[in-house]
Design a protein around this ligand. Structure first.
Ligand code: F6P
Length: 320
């Protein structure tokens, strides 16, 4: 019986658990012997690799994070540690890999594929939704819903107190989480790395609006802009509204996966296994124009993700 393993790598995201559950169940349905690699690439180096059964993945579908844990591995960059990882896979007769993670993890696995020829298929999974070649990355919907809830809650207190609130979202260098959250929560300001902003123009606008009766302001700032604290001070000093900063931080990575992330986890895992059984390797399952397709890893790692132009256009009015 051919053996196949799964790992989750890089920043965890909701939907990984439903994906891992489907990985085990679909592998068994397809006549494969499933293995779980704990702690991502670090676990592959340290042989934390265990055969899996239905029992290992029962009751995990609603859980956030990843029950097989994750890591960001520096050791994997070195050939000698990759050799150790390969020897571990061989000791279990594993000759196929499914990897949930971001493009950094895919790049690492691609080197491993070229070193030792172990075919892998990547599943894009990051709350940042910033992987080139796919419209959707597992976990983004759950993170967006966590952010939506936080903004709705902050609005209650902001409007009760005549205050300005700056809410900083994650996303690394990508403004997707901030922009989609701002557009779907009716925020007044949104600053993201992809769009220039104009404080003078924002100042003129809000002074006018406050005079006309505006009682509170909600501003969403992507962490990549590195301007959340400064904007909070600016709102207080320039606009004259008492201001507070809320940094959402890692709560955006947690939480029970939404229905969308459960379903996407199911589909991504199914396609990853089917792709490997068709003889594919060094590819990523991408969700493009409402369809699941396979793309070679090189295509994914060479490009830069671009936010939907319609959303960017709509976001411009929140920057000036
Ligand atoms: O890539 C996911 C992410 O949550 C980013 O949005 C954030 O910049 C980063 O990971 C935080 O990394 P860590 O959990 O290592 O602090």
């Amino acid at each position: 019986m051919s053996a196949i393993a799964v790992m989750t790598s890089g920043g965890d995201s909701a939907g990984m658990n439903p994906g891992v559950k489907q990985f085990v169940e679909h592998s068994l349905e397809r006549g494969l012997k499933p293995y779980l690699i704990y702690d991502g690439l670090e676990g592959m180096i340290d042989n934390r690799i265990k055969p899996a059964s239905h029992r290992d993945v029962s009751g995990i579908i609603y859980k956030g994070g990843t029950i097989i844990r994750s890591s960001r591995s520096k050791r994997f960059l070195e050939e000698s540690w990759r050799q150790r990882a390969y020897d571990n896979l061989r000791s279990h007769d594993i000759d196929k890999l499914v990897v949930f993670g971001g493009d950094g993890s895919f790049r690492a696995l691609d080197v491993f594929y070229r070193d030792f020829g172990v075919p892998f298929i990547g599943v894009p999974a990051t709350i940042d939704n910033d992987i080139f070649g796919t419209d959707y990355c597992l976990g983004a919907d759950t993170a967006l819903n966590i952010i939506r809830q936080a903004i709705d809650d902050v609005r209650d207190t902001a409007s009760s107190f005549k205050r300005a609130f700056v809410i900083e979202t994650m996303g690394r260098d990508c403004g997707y989480l901030a922009l989609v959250s701002a557009l779907t929560s009716g925020a007044e300001i949104c600053l993201i790395p992809e769009l220039p902003y104009d404080l003078d123009s924002l100042g003129r606008r809000f002074k006018r609006e406050v005079q006309a009766g505006r009682t509170y302001i909600i501003a969403i700032v992507a962490e990549g802009v590195k301007f959340a604290a400064q904007l909070t001070e600016w709102l207080e000093d320039e606009i004259g509204m008492e201001s507070r900063l809320t940094t959402l931080g890692h709560i955006q990575r947690g939480g029970s996966p939404t229905v969308h992330d459960r379903l996407m986890g199911f589909e991504f895992a199914t396609l990853a296994i089917n792709g490997l059984l068709e003889g594919r390797g060094g590819e990523v399952v991408c969700y493009k124009k409402s369809k699941m397709i396979y793309k070679p890893i090189g295509e994914i790692t060479e490009g830069t993700y671009k936010i939907n132009p319609l959303h960017l256009e709509a976001g411009k009015k929140l920057t000036r």
